[in-house]
Unconditional design. Structure first.
Ligand SMILES: [Zn+2]
Length: 257
């Protein structure tokens, strides 16, 4: 389908090129492929607020050169994964870091650039995915949700956003382990983001308490998804820790927390 208001082709989807030897030829307008890609991104479940996410639209901070450099390195690592695909050393990417560090933007940028090259991909928000899989077990809630589970196993590229953002039950742990193991065993590329700290990533897992309060232990990735899924993920993925402003504070800053 061409774009109805396209200025190049007037919505016909065809552009005629210069006449040569009395014969003019027509060719497909670029808007046809653009519309196809937009439709594929809708089917892939990419949320509207990430539809423009690309490496070009990833903004680096200008007020903190050290953080800027660290984020630029991370962006290069993710874009090099996308560029090298499918010949990447590991089939997956795991982006670890606190909220607001740009994990999802970079993950979607990688997915979109691969989809633009004709690869098939799906975006799933972890919590929403688990709800859909669970609903798929109840007869009343139709086959669409049952298909979510199959899609997550079978799609060429899976982006699983916000892994572990859900309270733990045996069912959740088993489901996540099954998905990760299946994709790992079949070397199916999987891009995962998570807010949860992991001690192997150098993330702090203990937080200072307030005055007179004991330290708090943060929930780790392993506690949320289980040891097996966590170790398969580390096997399958190039693990990238997102730099964040707290690691690269320029001036001493008195925290209010
Ligand atoms: Zn056009």
């Amino acid at each position: 389908m061409p774009r109805a208001d396209c200025k190049q082709c007037g919505g016909t989807g065809w552009i005629s090129s210069e006449e040569r030897d009395g014969i003019s030829s027509v060719q497909r307008c670029a808007c046809v492929a653009e519309v196809q890609l937009e439709e594929a991104e809708t089917r892939a479940g990419i949320p509207l607020n990430y539809r423009q996410a690309s490496f070009e639209t990833f903004l680096l901070p200008t007020d903190n050169p050290v953080l800027q450099r660290a984020l630029a390195d991370v962006m290069l690592a993710v874009s090099s994964f996308a560029r090298t695909y499918p010949k990447t050393a590991k089939p997956g990417l795991l982006l670890v870091g606190p909220p607001g560090t740009g994990k999802t933007h970079l993950a979607v940028a990688a997915l979109r650039s691969l989809m633009a090259r004709g690869h098939e991909g799906m975006f799933f928000d972890y919590q929403n995915l688990l709800e859909r899989i669970r609903a798929g077990y109840s007869e009343a809630l139709g086959a669409a949700n049952r298909d979510a589970y199959r899609t997550v196993l079978e799609t060429e590229l899976l982006l699983l956003d916000d892994l572990g953002s859900h309270r733990v039950t045996d069912w959740v742990e088993d489901t996540v382990t099954a998905i990760v193991t299946h994709r790992c065993n079949h070397r199916k590329p999987t891009i995962v983001t998570t807010n949860l700290p992991d001690p192997d990533m150098g993330s702090a897992t203990v937080e200072k308490g307030g005055v007179g309060a004991p330290p708090r232990f943060k929930t780790t990735l392993e506690e949320r998804v289980g040891e097996r899924a966590r170790s398969r993920l580390f096997e399958m993925c190039k693990v990238i820790r997102m730099p964040n402003a707290n690691d690269y504070r320029i001036r001493p800053h008195r925290s209010t927390q």
